[in-house]
Design a protein around this ligand. Structure first.
Ligand code: GLY
Length: 330
């Protein structure tokens, strides 16, 4: 089917976004990244290039939990995940890379240059070097400060969020104590989805994972169907707590519901009902475009930073209303 409606939506992560200095900079940055990605989509009519442009821009900014701005694990290190997919069958992902600035570019190399789908760890970093991808610089000051603050709270048992209960016991148990509540301030992951005039749908997602994760932990972002998915009907990118996202597979579920119902709104509502029933609130959000250029989003966290182009104008929302929405562009 010929599609006359190019469409793009990107996210800078679901979470609470309460640190005001960061929020302002992230809003500026997501606007700039949307403009850049839209320019690529308009000039080259290539949805994959557009979503990569958006995600690389956010990975480089330092104000998102991806690439340079990635959050630190329990040992104060970074382990980054990313994945991408198109409706034409391109699929690639990387997990737990430590020294590559733009994991989404490495995911593209996996998809285009290797027979594999997912490559992890230091050998993925070595592949990035072979392809001359830029190295990951040391983390920005605000990321290090936040790590120290939250770690102190975890050690003092001031974090009450259930997600961190077992980590807190592990630390008190001694294994990690010498190495090292604001968990509600967590912000998470970046992603972009787009459709071009050839009806090619594309998605790209990148993350530093959850703050204070155990070294070696991999979340939803490099898992097809969980953190990202694209087929002939939809492209989707998820954000939130990876363990809940992997259990509920919102992006795969959206694709299956769309195929069954052939209706963006019904498909979206089915997924949201399932996620809220199964994973509960304050767990995740996701963005999507469908083959007709409709923009979809939903979130059950306090906020989700999103940006899209509506009739030529870049829109940015931190707490978009309604919280479950389908936007028709024409
Ligand atoms: N959604 C990112 C993660 O949990 O790793």
């Amino acid at each position: 089917m010929f599609n006359m409606t190019k469409s793009l939506i990107i996210h800078g992560g679901a979470g609470a976004w309460r640190i005001s200095a960061l929020v302002e900079r992230a809003i500026e940055a997501i606007r700039k990244c949307t403009e850049q990605a839209w320019r690529v989509l308009s000039e080259h009519n290539n949805s994959l290039d557009a979503v990569i442009e958006a995600v690389v821009c956010m990975e480089n900014s330092g104000y998102f939990n991806a690439g340079y701005g990635s959050t630190l694990n329990l040992l104060g290190e970074r382990e980054l995940d990313a994945g991408l997919m198109t409706s034409t069958g391109l699929l690639g992902a990387v997990a737990a890379v430590k020294s590559t600035r733009n994991p989404i570019l490495l995911a593209r190399i996996i998809a285009e240059k290797t027979p594999h789908i997912l490559v992890a760890g230091e050998n993925a970093d070595k592949l990035a070097l072979l392809y001359n991808l830029p190295p990951l610089p040391p983390p920005p000051q605000h990321v290090v400060e936040r790590y120290r603050d939250v770690l102190k709270k975890l050690v003092r048992e001031e974090i009450t969020d259930s997600y961190y209960k077992s980590l807190s016991s592990l630390i008190r148990g001694g294994v990690f104590f010498k190495l090292i509540n604001d968990i509600l301030n967590v912000y998470d992951t970046v992603g972009a989805v787009a459709v071009d005039d050839n009806s090619v749908l594309a998605t790209a997602t990148s993350t530093g994972g959850v703050l204070l994760k155990l070294p070696g932990r991999v979340g939803d972002t490099p898992i097809p169907g969980a953190g990202f998915y694209a087929d002939k009907n939809i492209a989707c990118s998820a954000t939130g707590i990876g363990e809940y996202i992997i259990r509920t597979m919102p992006c795969l579920r959206l694709s299956l519901e769309y195929e069954k119902q052939n209706d963006a709104e019904k498909a979206l509502n089915s997924v949201v009902d399932y996620v809220n029933r199964t994973a509960g609130s304050n767990t995740m959000g996701f963005i999507s475009v469908d083959k007709t250029g409709k923009i979809l989003y939903a979130y059950n966290t306090e906020a989700m930073l999103i940006s899209y182009v509506y009739r030529g104008e870049v829109k940015v929302f931190l707490k978009p209303e309604p919280r479950v929405n389908v936007i028709t562009l024409s």
